[in-house]
Design a protein around this ligand. Structure first.
Ligand code: ADP
Ligand code: ASP
Ligand code: MG
Length: 413
């Protein structure tokens, strides 16, 4: 029998009526003859509330206990959906990550899936003919026996990992939008739904801030070749749309130069003024940050005119900003700079498209368009299939809309 994984995000399981609606989607696939594994998130807002309680308990909380607390949201929804399915006459049981088990690293709060054993789930299908309702976002680190969580948005990754482990025909990610759009439809009303997106593009879009899929879920789908759809749980369960397929580049017929625009407010800028312009100085700055596990993204070094001092600007994740500042201030004498300036009211806007590989001047067009809107660019990075600009946060929507129109992504009115 063919198997299917269906994942439902927080809004889709936000209250009991929505959980009943989810059950009707599951019922449709069971009636179509699939063996179904459902992965659920916590109810909308629940994980934020749990994180808030942890931080209220202690500023320097134990990450293992953070996981014990925040994993609980998914436990509730998995049990509730199993109950509602049973009420509808569909055999079902709930599974927590450790019961399967979904094995992970011990990086508490953002653990990586290392192995998923599908045996027990398959046994549930074969012996009990029951739907498996799995708590997303969580796993276990076997050597310590501790619960882990997979990072925010991690239920997407649970779903794809399970799909790979049980050899599912496809993985359907149900959410509150009916697919992947050319940009966040919440901020650009002219955003268009894409029929198909290449794995690589989706990977870049997710990495650059399109939170519709967690980055690791796209990596897993790409590596294990899991056909993954993003679709809406708000569609009529009797007649749902197909959503967007994440697939191989070769399977996309009409390839645009730019496929999508993403933005991320999770950035902070640091500028070191008057850094000594001599060999080894970049290492002196970036080694301590690397050792402290702080990811540096964009880097700009201004060419100095007098060859004694220069300015260096770079970005770090907003959550690491204070830690990075403290580290650099501590190493100030060693590095040798005048002063540190920082900004957290910045946003990184990125344009992504496989077509950039074969077209020149794609980014240059954007710089001109942004300048015409009076938007100042603080930093730029480019790679094979994307470019990003760092700008003032106040211009987020204007910049995203400008690039969206510039690359012909607006839908016809
Ligand atoms: P869930 O709770 O179902 O996991 P998320 O909130 O994590 O849902 O992801 C869905 C949201 O992602 C949408 O409501 C939308 O605002 C946002 N989003 C950002 N970029 C995009 C995009 N390019 N296409 C679709 N949705 C996007
Ligand atoms: N509930 C978790 C979160 O809010 C995981 C998820 O929704 O995917 O991040
Ligand atoms: Mg999500």
């Amino acid at each position: 029998m063919a198997r299917l994984v269906m994942k439902f995000g927080g809004t889709s399981v936000g209250d009991m009526d929505r959980i009943r609606n989810v059950a009707r989607h599951v019922q449709r696939e069971v009636n179509a003859g699939y063996e179904v594994a459902v992965v659920v998130s916590a109810m909308a807002g629940k994980t934020n509330e749990l994180v808030g309680w942890v931080k209220d308990g202690s500023k320097l909380y134990d990450a293992r206990e953070y996981d014990a607390v925040v994993a609980s949201g998914e436990q509730v929804t998995s049990g509730l959906l199993a109950i509602v399915l049973q009420e509808m006459g569909i055999p079902a049981r709930s599974w927590q990550g450790w019961q399967i088990p979904i094995e992970t690293s011990d990086a508490h709060g953002s653990a990586r899936v290392t192995a998923v054993d599908g045996t027990r789930l398959l046994d549930g299908f074969n012996t009990h003919h029951e739907v498996a309702v799995i708590a997303g976002f969580q796993g276990i680190h076997p050597p310590t026996g501790r619960l882990t969580t997979l990072g925010r948005g991690g239920s997407d990754t649970s779903a794809v990992a399970i799909a790979a482990a049980i050899g599912a025909e496809r993985c359907d990610i149900y959410t509150d939008v009916d697919g992947v759009y050319t940009t966040d439809p919440r901020i650009v009303s002219k955003a268009r739904r894409l029929e198909r997106v290449a794995f690589e593009e989706m990977l870049e879009m997710a990495s650059m801030g399109a939170k519709v899929l967690q980055v690791r879920s796209v990596e897993l789908a790409m590596v294990h070749r899991v056909p993954t759809y993003v679709r809406s749980s708000f569609d009529d369960p009797a007649n749902p749309g197909l959503g967007t397929l994440i697939c191989d580049e070769e399977d996309i017929v009409e390839q645009q130069i730019i496929t999508g625009i993403a933005y991320s407010k999770d950035e902070a800028q640091i500028t070191l003024r008057r850094v000594a312009d001599k060999p080894g100085v970049a290492a002196a700055i970036f080694m301590p940050l690397a050792e402290a596990n702080i990811n540096v993204d964009m880097i700009i070094q201004v060419v100095s005119d007098n060859s004694t001092a220069t300015d260096i600007t770079f970005t770090v994740p907003a959550a690491e900003y204070e830690r990075a500042r403290t580290l650099l201030e501590t190493a100030k004498a060693e590095i040798g700079f005048d002063r540190l300036e920082g900004a957290t009211d910045v946003v990184k806007v990125s344009a992504i498209g496989i077509g950039m590989r074969s077209h020149a001047g794609v980014a240059a067009k954007a710089f001109k368009a942004l300048a015409e809107k009076g938007i100042n660019i603080r930093a730029i990075t480019t790679s094979e299939i994307k470019f990003s600009v760092l700008i003032d946060e106040a211009y987020t929507e204007l910049a995203v809309r400008t690039l969206h129109s510039l690359y012909g992504l607006d839908h016809a009115a």
